[in-house]
Design a protein around this ligand. Structure first.
Ligand SMILES: [Zn+2]
Length: 79
């Protein structure tokens, strides 16, 4: 009967490591991403997210402007 679980055995075998957030491969813990390919992937994903965020902001401002317009113009138009 052994006390060590399979998790301990894996940790002993692989040592301290973390997983690449892009491809999920095991890598050195001081690295952010495992390879140049994943680095490029990460940067393009970040760019895409930033673009999406900007579009959402514009949409929100547009909705707000429309609401303000309706709130202020409608009473005058109907009155
Ligand atoms: Zn990777």
């Amino acid at each position: 009967m052994s006390n060590s679980s399979w998790k301990d055995q894996i940790q002993k075998k692989w040592g301290p490591h973390k997983h690449c957030p892009i491809c999920g491969k095991a890598m050195a813990p001081d690295k952010r991403l495992c390879s140049q390919a994943c680095n490029d992937n990460y940067i393009s994903q970040e760019k895409k997210q930033k673009k999406k965020g900007r579009r959402n902001t514009i949409m929100m401002i547009g909705c707000l402007a429309a609401m303000i317009l309706i709130m202020f113009v409608l009473p005058f138009a109907s009155g």
